[in-house]
Design a protein around this ligand. Structure first.
Ligand code: NAD
Length: 491
């Protein structure tokens, strides 16, 4: 194994979790070309290692392995699949501290958020270990006089999973555990910014006893790795989490071979604070919805609409709370870490400059922070005009855009006026209003008087250009199955 600066870090106790090669057919593989992709610590800009940059042919070999392993894995008894998934879950939990430290170094997020993500990611593995034993046959009251009818749920085959850098562990376990539980085999490609978390997960999968070829992790240039998968008819499902732009591309590429698709794409969450809301709670929850993961979250609050009577007080309290947030390298466990790269910082600058140009006011922040080159100060913009870029495009950073509204119908129209439809947050106490607004919002998820809505048992996903399909819950594993209708003559 190529030794990297990451494996020399004293805070990582089990050095064998630091893997630099791709994991294919139960073996760790370097690129035949010897090429690697550099990975840096966003808090410092230091190089922390490199991972193998595989070719298209090497990526296709992962599909060969997954295809060869499919018959055996899909025939494995559910209780045996459950046992292996359960062991994987236990190993993730046992190694939580090392996994969190690896994530902090490559992703930059605060240590307690990284620990939280490991726990959250592990929950999916535990949940789907249990789902393995649920019935996969459904009887149907027969419509024929002399036949019995059943629906069988069967695994689709090889599933390709492509994951982003903002939640490098949980986005992979959410997909992989669901696919593996129903008997699919997997080829996975993690973001080049955060490959070490996925490779550590592969190491633990091997220790848990997943047979060779069942779970493969392939690193390299995204188009080089993924195009052979989208064009390969043996890959029967594609589950992608990432930007809407790349999601559209993969959708087009998958059309030729008519794959099943799950696309978890961008978001542009509105927060609506009505005058009947509990102000303190609305401020505290919106701070979380905006600044968790330094704002680099598809669920991040991108537009905060506050009803006029509460507007000034909300802006004041929200700004005071924002000014208390701490910034620093993730290992020191601040409230906010760095952004992932220079492009992300420039996006904050662009959105702030555009909003100010159009008449918004900066209440705090509005510039880069001194903690390092990729830190941006937690920022509050008030009176943001409706034509500001920040009200349309994902900011994916720590800039809060606040604007006032007067009536319910107008704010619902404004909230729905987006190409995205992932999550919307509502703060109100009037139950009738909560019901009306929850119904009218065109979003896959509506969170009322709280921020945290995710978890293994619920179906996560969006409407419109936030994507297709759901992850988590029973529905998440059904995405990796086909229904076979069997009609048996008993005459
Ligand atoms: P991205 O689209 O740039 O990359 C996501 C993944 O796609 C990475 O693994 C990347 O290597 C791969 N990729 C990039 N170009 C590709 C190509 N041409 N062919 C195949 N694969 C390619 O997204 P990102 O910057 O890593 O993540 C941020 C985005 O992800 C945001 O838009 C965010 O809203 C979204 N996101 C959505 C959810 C959700 O569940 N809806 C969760 C997290 C993040």
């Amino acid at each position: 194994m190529l030794r990297t600066a990451l494996s020399a870090r004293p805070e990582i106790t089990d050095k064998s979790l630091v893997r630099s090669f791709s994991y294919i057919d139960g073996k760790w593989r370097a690129a035949a070309s010897g090429e690697t992709i550099p990975v840096t610590d966003p808090a410092t800009g230091d190089l922390i290692g490199g991972v193998a940059s595989l070719s298209g042919a090497e990526s296709r070999a992962a599909v060969d392995a997954a295809q060869a392993a499919f018959a055996g894995w899909s025939d494995t008894l559910p209780q045996d699949r459950a046992r292996i998934l359960r062991r994987w879950y236990e190993l993730i939990v046992e190694n939580r501290e090392d996994l969190a430290r690896i994530m902090v170094l490559e992703q930059g997020k605060p240590l307690s958020e990284a620990r939280g993500e490991i726990t959250y990611g592990a929950d999916f593995v535990e949940f789907y270990a249990e789902e393995t034993r649920r019935p996969n046959i459904e009887g149907v009251t027969s419509h024929l006089p002399d036949a019995e009818v059943e629906l069988w749920r069967e695994p689709v085959g090889v599933a390709a999973l492509i994951t982003p850098w903002n939640f490098p562990m949980a986005m992979l376990t959410r997909k992989a555990a669901a696919a593996l539980a129903v008997g699919c085999t997997v080829v996975a490609h993690p973001s080049g910014e955060t490959p070490f978390s996925a490779l550590a997960l592969a190491e633990l999968a091997e220790r848990a006893g997943l047979p060779a070829g069942v779970f493969n992790v392939v690193t390299g240039a995204p188009a080089t790795i993924c195009e052979p998968w989208t064009s390969d008819p043996r890959v029967r499902a594609l589950s992608f989490t990432g930007s809407t732009e790349v999601g559209r591309l993969l959708y087009r590429q998958s059309a030729e071979t008519v794959k099943k698709l799950v696309l978890e794409l961008g978001g542009h969450a509105p927060v609506i604070v009505f005058d009947c809301a509990d102000l303190e709670q609305a401020v505290a929850e919106t701070i979380k919805a905006k600044f968790a993961t330094s704002g680099q979250d598809c669920l991040g609050a991108n537009r905060i609409y506050v009803q006029r009577p509460l507007y000034e007080a909300f802006c004041r309290k929200f700004t005071e709370a924002t000014e208390k947030l701490t910034l620093g390298p993730g290992r020191d466990d601040p409230d906010l870490g760095p952004l992932i790269n220079e492009r992300a910082v420039q996006k904050q600058e662009q959105h702030v400059a555009d909003a100010l140009d159009k008449g918004a006011k900066v209440l705090t922040g509005g510039k880069r922070a001194s903690a390092g080159p990729l830190f941006y100060a937690p920022t509050v913009l008030a009176d943001v005009p409706h034509d500001a870029l920040i009200l349309r495009e994902e900011t994916f950073g720590p800039v809060a855009a606040i604007l006032p509204f007067d009536d319910e119908a107008a704010v619902v129209t404004a909230a729905n006026d987006s190409e995205y439809g992932l999550v919307a947050y509502v703060h109100a106490q009037d139950p009738r209003r909560i019901y009306r607004v929850s119904r009218a919002l065109q979003y896959g998820m509506v969170a009322v008087n709280r921020t945290k809505v995710t978890g293994a048992p619920i179906p996560f996903g969006g409407t419109k250009q936030s994507g297709l399909g759901r992850e988590g819950s029973r529905i998440g594993s059904e995405e990796f199955t086909e229904i076979k209708y069997v009609c048996r003559d008993w005459a």
